[in-house]
Design a binder for this molecule. Structure first.
Ligand SMILES: NC(=O)c1ccc[n+]([C@@H]2O[C@H](COP(=O)([O-])OP(=O)(O)OC[C@H]3O[C@@H](n4cnc5c(N)ncnc54)[C@H](O)[C@@H]3O)[C@@H](O)[C@H]2O)c1
Length: 372
């Protein structure tokens, strides 16, 4: 697979296996979208209730003739990433005459890009789609790399496709309305990409102290380098392993335990943001990395500090251990009933496919609970 191509055009940063990733400012935003969607009557927009209110007006302003009835709006939240939302989108497209030449614009966070990507890549065996991520998680991770999916029976991403959008249009201006907890959530995947794959980037960002009072300065740092760097790291690894059979699995660091924690909490009270669960998962898996892969005490302590300073503690009780272990057993990376994790040898050096005995995972969870 070729390496991702970096463009000299300021508005187009990377071409990843035919998918153009753009980084326009508000002035160029409309021109970039227009280049992909063509006639507005063949196009549809998928939003959730928040992005319909806060992000859609900017898109609509570029296409004054866009027919309101072509906007599909679903509820927000991880609970919507399911088969009935998928069915709703397929039916909507069918009843509104979407054809093979239609294009679906997915305007939202990772829930919308995962779900909309799946819907578009399967409707009539696949129509064109473009992601316009509006959350930090979407911009730096979920919209990049062509994984789509839905959750089934409370288990994450059990059905999906590998399908690249025609383009991803990353406009950090959308972050202005993103709630603070969702901004923090996005940072978890940025820390993860650095820890798994780029030691220098980790050294650059590990000392960040993310405080809401500094919101404007933080968004400015995101706009001026951090988002681009995260996209470059992810694109590089996706280009070398699109189907997730080797190096791409490094990006699962923190996710075996993180996904289980996220699902255990879903619906219980209020969902925890995906990134908070990933941050908790990274801390447990860093502890396990120390036990199994040679992560040093100093390296672990840097990770612990970064996560504890920046992310609120996810409230679990000891009795949740069995539920977490049982959910980890559904992880797609497992082989022959053995739990496989992507763990760290050192920051920037990840080992995918490490066989983790249940007893060691329980040690990692106990460490996290004691840290409470
Ligand atoms: N496909 C992948 O490679 C990949 C990678 C990472 C995460 N994901 C998936 O992404 C999802 C998490 O993404 P997320 O954190 O963006 O969740 P999300 O899409 O649920 O968005 C979080 C919240 O922010 C709101 N929101 C989004 N943009 C906004 C804006 N500009 N202003 C105001 N509110 C806004 C949403 O309405 C929602 O309430 C999970 O389902 C996860 O599994 C996928």
């Amino acid at each position: 697979m070729p390496s991702p191509q970096k463009s000299t055009d300021n508005n187009k940063i990377i071409s990843l296996n035919g998918c153009d990733i753009h980084f326009p400012d508000e002035k160029h935003f409309g021109r970039i979208i227009s280049g992909y969607i063509g006639e507005t009557e063949k196009n549809f927009i998928l939003t959730d209730i928040n992005t319909a209110k806060l992000c859609l007006p900017l898109v609509r302003s570029q296409f004054p003739g866009f027919d309101e009835s072509r906007v599909i709006t679903i509820d927000s939240g991880e609970g919507e990433k399911n088969i009935s939302s998928l069915h709703h989108i397929w039916s909507f497209l069918l009843h509104h005459g979407a054809g093979r030449d239609s294009c679906l614009l997915n305007l939202g966070g990772g829930m919308i890009t995962d779900l909309g990507g799946f819907a578009a890549s399967t409707y009539k065996r696949g129509i064109r789609f473009v992601h316009i991520p509006t959350s930090l998680m979407g911009m730096t991770d979920a919209a990049i790399g062509g994984k789509t999916g839905i959750n089934i029976g409370g288990v994450k991403n059990q059905a999906g496709t590998f399908a690249l959008p025609e383009a991803v249009i990353v406009m950090p201006g959308f972050l202005k309305t993103l709630p603070w907890n969702e901004l923090l959530s996005g940072f978890a995947e940025i820390f993860k990409a650095a820890l798994a794959l780029d030691h220098n980037f980790w050294n650059e960002i590990k000392g960040l102290s993310l405080n809401e009072t500094e919101r404007t300065a933080i968004i400015s740092r995101l706009e001026n380098g951090i988002i681009r760097k995260s996209i470059e790291i992810k694109s590089e690894v996706v280009a070398s392993d699109f189907r997730d059979q080797g190096k791409r699995q490094c990006l699962n660091f923190g996710h075996s335990i993180g996904h289980a924690m996220e699902l255990l909490k879903q619906g219980a009270t209020k969902d925890i943001p995906h990134g908070y669960a990933v941050a908790a998962g990274m801390l447990c898996e860093a502890f396990i990395s120390k036990l199994l892969c040679g992560l040093s005490a100093k390296q672990f302590s840097d990770i612990e500090k970064c996560i504890c300073v920046n992310f609120p503690k996810t409230k679990f009780e000891k009795k949740d251990n069995d539920g977490i272990i049982s959910l980890i057993r559904h992880d797609k990376k497992n082989v022959n009933d053995r739990i496989m994790m992507s763990l760290l040898k050192a920051p920037g050096t990840c080992m995918p496919g490490v066989d983790c005995p249940e007893a060691v995972i329980r040690e990692g969870l106990s460490y996290y609970f004691k840290k409470a």
